[in-house]
Design a binder for this molecule. Structure first.
Ligand SMILES: [Zn+2]
Length: 277
């Protein structure tokens, strides 16, 4: 399926700024029209490669860790990139620091894919386990400036305020995620949260079809949550037209299951997103 990039406003500026650096998961967006707004912090460089797997690994199955940016407190915001093909799927956790199970699940996915590269299903997979490292360290929903990063994206429904950010993309963590999308051009984004116990889709019809496919192999049901202002779901799903899933874990680890078994019970849904994303 061809990704429909519907670009406008600061979103356009960011993506165009990143176009020359794109690592290529989809076709490039059109050039910016004259007078298009510029982003507050456009991507300026390819993220630094922090480590590589041993050279003995097959190049097409290699993974590497890249730094997308730094948090307010200077913590690295890292992505693990698995090279399985040209089409890209982005999966992230921990955008709300009070939801550590989401970071745990994304981290578990990283370990799984390192051991089973065949589950890349011919995709480039980008995993960002800790999108809000300051919030995760402090156990708070917000970043270190008290901003809800999942309300800080440049969307039509963005609502400026202290909690959402005085301006869209005012926070380095939200800019790092937009940078990742601009550089890697995912066709599908899955953001793991907790504890609303559902799989929520945004944007294009294909998002809803994917949510149903994921629910077939997940403990979670499909539930269409309201679109929140300035959320990643509104940005990726409604503004960019990507397949967009918000994967809401339940409040507590399933009683009787070990934490590892709990996380593993959600891996099939994430692998379904990789396969169909
Ligand atoms: Zn959340």
């Amino acid at each position: 399926m061809i990704v429909a990039w519907r670009l406008r406003g600061p979103v356009l500026g960011l993506l165009v700024a990143g176009a020359g650096l794109a690592l290529g998961c989809a076709s490039r967006p059109p050039a910016a029209p004259p007078g298009a707004p510029r982003p507050s912090a456009p991507p300026t460089a390819e993220p630094a490669v922090r480590s590589r797997v041993p050279l003995a690994a097959a190049p097409s199955r290699a993974s590497r860790t890249v730094e997308l940016g730094r948090s307010v407190r200077g913590r690295p915001i890292e992505a693990v990139v698995f090279e399985g093909g040209s089409r890209c799927v982005l999966i992230l956790g921990g955008i709300h620091g009070s939801e550590p199970s989401s970071a745990d699940l994304a981290g578990r996915l990283v370990e799984h894919l390192k051991g089973r590269p065949q589950d890349l299903a011919g995709k480039r997979v980008l995993v960002i386990p800790r999108a809000n490292p300051d919030g995760l360290a402090a156990g708070t929903r917000w970043n270190a400036r008290g901003v809800d990063l999942n309300r800080n994206f440049a969307t039509d429904n963005f609502e400026p305020c202290a909690r959402n950010g005085r301006a869209a993309l005012s926070e380095p963590e939200s800019r790092a995620l937009v940078r990742a999308i601009a550089l890697y051009r995912p066709s599908c984004v899955v953001s793991v949260h907790a504890p609303l116990n559902c799989i929520d889709a945004d944007g294009v019809d294909a998002s809803y079809a994917l949510a149903r496919e994921m629910a077939r192999v997940s403990p979670l049901p499909v539930n269409d949550l309201p679109a929140m202002p300035g959320s990643l779901g509104s940005y990726a799903g409604d503004e960019l037209g990507l397949k967009m899933i918000t994967y809401e874990l339940d409040r507590k680890k399933t009683p009787g299951n070990s934490p590892a078994a709990y996380l593993d019970s959600h891996l099939p849904a994430l692998l379904a997103a990789i396969g169909r994303g």
